[in-house]
Design a protein around this ligand. Structure first.
Ligand SMILES: [Zn+2]
Length: 133
């Protein structure tokens, strides 16, 4: 949601008259500023580019899309849905794989009655209540 709002604001400022203050601040550069040694600070445009990559918007031609407000908003909405859907599907896949792999082989929580390996102490406690061997 934050990424979508940031890109939405970017489009809004892009459509503004370039002489207005938000555009000047966003696109301006500091004339004589010293940069600290090391990794440069993340700039607004860097995070916007990163978000556009996630939303499948080509960062070289975003301006043309942002000119047309409905299309810009539509591509942001679709990008957000696809982006979140991919993350959700990936999380589901990882969960499925974890389940299929079973409990870890080097479990510290082993039942003294049947030798079953449990994931956690609470799992072992729960198993003990059921284990009648
Ligand atoms: Zn047991």
């Amino acid at each position: 949601m934050l990424k979508q709002r940031r890109l939405r604001w970017l489009g809004h400022v892009h459509r503004m008259d370039p002489d207005r203050l938000p555009g000047e601040v966003m696109l301006g550069q500091i004339a004589e500023a010293k940069r600290p040694v090391g990794r440069p600070f993340l700039r607004f445009k860097d995070s916007c580019k990163r978000d556009m990559n996630g939303f499948n918007i080509p960062s070289c031609s975003w301006e043309e899309r942002a000119e047309m407000r409905p299309e810009w908003h539509r591509s942001l909405r679709e990008g957000m849905i696809k982006h979140n859907e991919l993350i959700r599907l990936d999380q589901l896949q990882q969960k499925r794989l974890r389940r299929a792999a079973g409990p870890p082989q080097e479990s510290r929580h082993i039942c003294d009655r049947c030798g079953r390996k449990c994931r956690s102490a609470i799992g072992l406690y729960s198993h003990h209540n059921r284990c009648r061997l």
